[in-house]
Structure formats: C-alpha cells, structure tokens
Design a protein around this ligand. Structure first.
Ligand code: PNS
Length: 159
C-alpha cells in the first residue's frame, strides 16, 4: 500500500514527524508531499521545506519526500497512491479535514483518506504557532527538531 501524507510543512514539527514514523511502519511506501502553492504565503521555500523533511526522515527507507502543486488527487493518481493520510489533533481539525476528504473522495472515489490521531504530546502543536513563538524569540526546542529550530531562528533573529 502506498500512502501520501500531504501538507504545507512550513516547517515540519515533531507532530508531523510522529505521523510519518507511524505511517512508515504500516505502509509499504510513504510519500510526504509538500504543497508548492505560489499563492500561499509561506516562511520557508519549497526547497527548504523538502530538504528539512528529507534530512529528518533519512533513516526510513520507505519514506520519500516530494513536492506537488495543483490538486492533491491528481498527484495521488500519478503516484498510484492508495490512501491519503492526515493527522487529527483535536475536534477543531475535524470539520476542515472531513470536508477535504469528502471532496477528494468525490473527485477520485478510489482514494481513501485515513486519519491518524495525533499523540497527546503533540495534540496542540501547529507550525503557525511555533513560528509565532519564534518571532518573539521564544524557546521552540520542544516543538521542532534542532535542525528546524536553527532554521526558524535564523529567519527571525536576524530581523
Ligand atoms: O498542512 P496543510 O496546509 O493543512 O495541508 C493542506 C493540503 C496541502 C493537504 C491541502 O491544502 C491540499 O490538498 N491542497 C492541494 C490542492 C487541493 O487538492 N485542494 C482540494 C482539497 S479538498
């Protein structure tokens, strides 16, 4: 089974990494698909986001990291993926995630979306809040791996 784990990953957090690690144990292949959308405001370039994830997942031989633009289902078809993986942190995620999975199912009935409930340790983690904390020079070391911490701090501390 091939799973696609899509997202903006701006940047990757321990919560995302936990989902990738768990998926790598359940699926033959996991494709971490990083959204490359010119209209979405991001802090990290697509190259930086992909490079960080590649480095952090290098120990998992069945995990690939790629970027995509356009519709997720078109990318999923091209990659012959069986499932889309999304992490669910809290009830607040549910509405948006359900809507997205229903659209994707309508557009491409062969694809299933599977939700992994986030580990309680990471149920509050979000890339946006981590960036906000970093922008005020707060300590983000418990939210992101050291290499990501260095990258975020270099964005905000030389301003
Ligand atoms: O990490 P995010 O930002 O919550 O991820 C959202 C993502 C990338 C999964 C979603 O925006 C997406 O799939 N975008 C690609 C365009 C698309 O297929 N849109 C229709 C989804 S219903």
């Amino acid at each position: 089974m091939i799973a696609i784990y899509p997202g903006s990953f701006d940047p990757i957090t321990y919560g995302h990494l936990d989902i990738i690690t768990r998926c790598s144990k359940k699926f033959d292949k996991v494709i971490v698909a990083v959204l490359n959308n010119q209209n979405k405001k991001v802090v990290f370039s697509i190259e930086d986001r992909v490079a960080m994830i590649k480095e952090l997942t290098s120990e998992y031989p069945n995990v690939q990291v790629d970027n995509f633009d356009g519709l997720l289902i078109d990318y999923a078809k091209k990659k012959e993926a069986d499932v889309i993986i999304r992490g669910l942190r809290a009830v607040s995620d549910y509405e948006y995630e359900m809507q997205m999975s229903l659209y994707n199912k309508q557009l491409y009935p062969e694809i299933e979306t599977m939700f992994l409930v986030s580990d309680t340790k990471y149920s509050y983690l979000s890339s946006s809040i981590v960036k906000e904390i970093a922008s005020y020079h707060g300590d983000i070391s418990s939210f992101v791996p050291p290499l990501v911490e260095v990258k975020i701090n270099s964005k905000y501390r030389c301003e």
